[in-house]
Design a protein around this ligand. Structure first.
Ligand code: FAD
Length: 377
């Protein structure tokens, strides 16, 4: 596999693997079991430069690029999918400021975001608008040099701990009348609502964000009024590389768990792996791992080379997230009854895998994107 990566990319992967196996792997189970947000780990990841890998050095990042970022995220997800999604959303949030922010916005927000000082959240979804953002109801009404925002954002990852929100609201009734705002956490009128209890990703934070006459100065509009949908879709293209990378890391963990267990456990006088049905499941996981890795690498490489990657990011997201679900199913099957018991990591992997086909565009939405892109190419 290393054929596809530069020496520097392999070095970054090895460094993050070392960190994750030492500092995340031993404590991930406990954080998830308690449903506790791993603040110390997230702070350390910021200090390691993982919030700014796709941000140029002059704005506080490392400029390491999307392939390096994808590899780092895979290593984190191998140990803890909750930490991985926290990281992935933070990186997604830097993209709109990097791509659409003016100089003042970049200095004020991108530098602290990329250097690990600010945690970001991306607030698009609403109770009545998930797959279809044109249904957004949050209103931003201009009054003098300010916008007054009212509405509710749903399922916002990192919300309770975020220093800054990239939030999309409606500024006109036309279908495309959406605008992106940068909103610092202590802005008057923004408050955190209910925290969701989830099937998995229990150490990640998912909350409602409520806007009640929230006043945002006009200089915090990102990219100009009416640019919200374009900015959100652009950010989601990159975000999908992140979620696909999360899935690849989790597939790698499924492979490791299934291999280790099937070598050690004996039934009918021989290790499980010597039974062909078990070996076949492990083989299928390995094939999915290789295919998903390459698809993610392709999308990330295109991004690094400034070549459009909307299609490839959706292909990678669709394939990798569907794959991690079948891989977690098979790996758990290898464990038999023990796979159903909380003491084993595979039980957490199985639950954590489920959401990957849902957030940042469901599998059905990825198919819509892929069909549209294929049709027009
Ligand atoms: C743990 C978690 C974290 C999240 N984090 C964030 C976040 O940080 N920021 C944020 O903005 N959002 C976040 N989300 C929201 C997530 O992106 C949405 O849940 C997702 O986009 C789907 O929207 P929905 O849940 O409203 O489902 P719906 O859009 O109501 O879809 C329901 C079902 O209908 C299908 N469907 C919808 N439209 C079509 C169509 N045209 N054709 C075929 N099928 C269709 C969907 O695929 C799905 O199967 C998060 C969600 C979760 C669960």
């Amino acid at each position: 596999m290393e054929l596809y990566y530069t020496e520097e990319q392999v070095m970054i992967k090895d460094m993050i693997r070392q960190y994750a196996r030492t500092h995340i792997e031993p404590v991930a189970g406990a954080y998830n079991e308690k449903g506790e947000f791993p603040q110390k780990i997230i702070r350390e990841l910021g200090e390691l430069g993982l919030f700014g890998m796709m941000v140029p050095e002059n704005y506080g990042g490392s400029g390491a690029g999307a392939v390096s970022y994808s590899l780092a995220l895979q290593e984190i997800a191998y140990s803890c999918a909750s930490v991985a999604v926290t990281l992935s959303v933070t990186n997604l949030t830097t993209e709109p400021v990097k791509n659409f922010g003016n100089e003042e916005q970049k200095r004020r927000f991108l530098i602290p975001m990329a250097s690990g000082e600010f945690l970001g959240a991306f607030a698009l979804t609403e109770p009545d608008a998930g797959s279809d953002p044109s249904g957004l109801k949050t209103q931003a009404v201009k009054k003098g040099q300010r916008y007054i925002l009212n509405g509710t954002k749903q399922f916002i990852t990192n919300g309770k701990f975020a220093d800054v929100f990239i939030l999309i609201a409606r500024t006109s009734q036309s279908r495309g009348g959406l605008t992106a705002f940068i909103i610092p956490k202590n802005t008057k009128g923004l408050r955190i609502g209910r925290e969701e209890k989830k099937m998995g990703l229990s150490a990640s934070n998912t909350v409602e964000v409520i806007l009640e006459d929230c006043e945002v100065p006009e200089e915090l509009v990102l990219g100009g009024e009416g640019m919200g949908l374009k900015i959100a879709l652009n950010a989601l293209d990159s975000g999908r590389i992140g979620i696909a990378s999360q899935a690849v890391g989790m597939i790698s963990a499924c492979l490791h768990e299934a291999l280790t267990y099937s070598r050690a456990r004996k039934q009918f006088g021989k290790p499980l792996i010597k039974h062909q049905s078990i070996a076949n499941m492990i083989t299928d996981i390995k094939v999915d791992y290789d295919a998903a890795s390459l698809l993610v690498w392709r999308a990330a490489s295109l991004k690094d080379n400034n070549i459009p990657f909307t299609l490839e990011a959706s292909v990678a997201k669709l394939f990798a997230t569907e794959a991690v679900n079948r891989c977690a199913y098979k790996a758990l099957q290898v464990f038999g009854g023990y796979g159903y018991i909380r003491d084993f990591k595979i039980e957490r992997l199985y639950r954590d895998a489920r959401v990957t086909t849902i957030y940042e565009g469901t599998s059905e939405v990825q198919r819509i994107v892929i069909a549209r892109e294929v049709e027009t190419k």
